[in-house]
Write a protein that binds this ligand. Structure first.
Ligand code: SIN
Length: 274
């Protein structure tokens, strides 16, 4: 298996591996190490059935089911992420980390490209270790003991309307899910510190109003999403992205009007951020 870095700061393609096979433990360990080293890893030209996608994901932990989006009837482990040519809107077109409103946000997500547009539809990832590392010592000290409230309230509001404009459907029976997490998280496998706030889900700092919190939060979002902290992936049919949701944000680009894109996403259960 060859590892080819996408940029100097985040992302790598793993070449020469067929994920439809029952992988030996050594290959699984090498993939996990690559994920820890590069935060998001990519595979090309994979031909996977839903069962093989699920089997691959299970090698990295317990599959968690999204609490807010609809999943496939036949495979509740899989969330379809679809844009039909007539859709205006998509999900994920803002910098975010998956499901941080959850008490145990996913360890990672594995997204498989079943149909991709001829042009456009790329996804970006940002390295949240580097976002933290490149802050001043003063800002690091300021953030050290801060905690933040995360909620699905913005996402789940107006679900009926949102479901009318896009094919990836929100569940309409979901209430408010709220959790409080440290603003600077220590990754339980690498021991490295990273920023753990994101625009759609972080509501405020704990014990502060949203108004009081937003100026600093906005600075942290802008700082994290600087181009030099990111990578951009051009999908092909059969491409797979596996990101470490503990130390990244990502952004799906809605720039392919009139074209169809169909992905399958599986998330792997994480732990309580600390
Ligand atoms: C997501 O935010 O999980 C979707 C990413 C994508 O569609 O590229």
């Amino acid at each position: 298996m060859e590892v080819r870095k996408l940029t100097g700061v985040i992302g790598a393609e793993l070449l020469g591996i067929d994920l439809s096979r029952d992988l030996p433990d050594a290959d699984v360990a090498a993939i996990r190490q690559a994920l820890l080293d590069h935060q998001v890893i990519f595979f090309r030209d994979q031909t996977l059935t839903p069962e093989q996608h699920i089997a691959f994901a299970r090698r990295f932990g317990v599959i968690s089911t999204t609490p807010v989006y609809r999943t496939l009837d036949e495979y509740p482990e899989i969330m379809p992420v679809v844009k039909e040519p007539t859709d205006q809107d998509i999900i994920g077109d803002t910098w975010h980390t998956d499901e941080t409103y959850h008490p145990t946000p996913p360890l990672g997500s594995i997204l498989y490209g079943r149909q991709v547009p001829e042009t456009g539809g790329d996804t970006l990832w940002a390295n949240m270790y580097r976002a933290y590392d490149t802050l001043s010592d003063g800002m690091k000290a300021k953030l050290a003991n801060l905690r933040a409230v995360h909620t699905n309230d913005f996402l789940s509001a107006n679900s009926k309307y949102r479901n009318s404009t896009r094919s990836t459907k929100l569940r309409e029976d979901v209430g408010s899910i709220t959790s409080v997490h440290p603003v600077v998280r220590t990754h339980e496998e690498t021991g490295r510190k990273c920023l753990f706030v994101n625009h759609p889900f972080t509501y405020s700092f704990e014990n502060m109003t949203r108004e009081e919190s937003l100026p600093l939060l906005q600075f942290l979002y802008q700082h994290s999403a600087k181009p030099e902290n990111t990578c951009r992936f051009r999908w092909r049919k059969g491409s797979m992205a596996f990101w470490d949701n503990r130390c990244t944000m990502h952004y799906a680009i809605n720039d392919y009007p009139g074209q169809r894109r169909e992905m399958h996403r599986i998330t792997i259960q994480g732990t309580v951020p600390a």
